[in-house]
Design a protein around this ligand. Sequence first.
Ligand SMILES: Nc1ncnc2c1ncn2[C@@H]1O[C@H](COP(=O)(O)OP(=O)(O)OP(=O)(O)O)[C@@H](O)[C@H]1O
Length: 310
Amino acid sequence: MENILTVKELGKSFKETRILQNISFEVRKGEIMAILGPNGAGKSTTIRNIMGIMYPDEGSIVFHNHVENEIPRNKIGYLPEERGLYKNVKVMDMILYLAELKDYPIKKAKERALAYLAKFGLEGKDRVSVEELSKGMGQKVQFIASIIHEPELLILDEPFSGLDPVSQELFKKEIRELANNGTAILLSSHQMNVVEELCDRLFMIHRGQKVIYGTMENVKNQYANFKCTIKGRNDLALLEKLSNVQRVEQTEDISILYLTQDVIVPVWLRQLPENLHIQELSIDRISLHEIFIDVATDQHILDEGGAVHA
Ligand SMILES: Nc1ncnc2c1ncn2[C@@H]1O[C@H](COP(=O)(O)OP(=O)(O)OP(=O)(O)O)[C@@H](O)[C@H]1O
């Protein structure tokens, strides 16, 4: 798939402090790429460099074959982390103003704005002023403003924060649809379940450096071993002696058995001892949420090979 955006060995410092180091990734046409990391990891700084709000100290940002000042910013849509809308302006006027800044035909922008407002349950809100909108409504309007000019690359910084579950579903559906129609999407979010569900690939930063980069499938295969959760009163020593068990977490009658990467689940299940007390049993893969916490808290339960350590 064609690369729309290439971030090459990006480095950035503020005064003496190095914030980003050797950050490299691509965003391809029609894919949803997640940029993840703990608070302060450097996600927004990376995005601000892409948007030309600041410039890299090292490395480069390439959009198709354009670099830095030559990047046609009107081909990019951006929903910033800070939700800033002009307060005393009518919703439609604000959207059209932003479309005009991107050199997009006004008539077409107006049609698109009305269609999107209807799609997001905001019929008739085109004539109200921005300050009359609730937080979630404002976010929907800002999302519409970020895509009104049909950008080739869409950058969404925490698009789901503050949205109710129904609105989150609407946003997810729309983001998927945009990607299916060819938009390259770079999305930052702290909601790992949403990322897991929505994104094709992910890039995780920790302390300004890459820690994980790959397709959701690869990351899961590489990092997310299976775990078995058993409800029932069982002796910890007995569980720890079972084959392919690397670590057991036990609280009262719940035991979580972290299994080795080479485990063959059906074979493993068949060899469980008859005297095991099982009220409930489930086998799951370690979630992206757990991988994130492992990386962010430097627990190193997981290593590059996907092994789980005690
Ligand atoms: N203008 C600035 N001047 C100095 N330091 C800055 C500036 N902007 C960001 N930083 C620092 O850079 C680091 C990365 O910040 P950034 O906002 O990129 O993180 P983030 O990953 O987006 O975090 P969050 O999830 O909290 O939004 C932080 O340590 C922050 O304090």
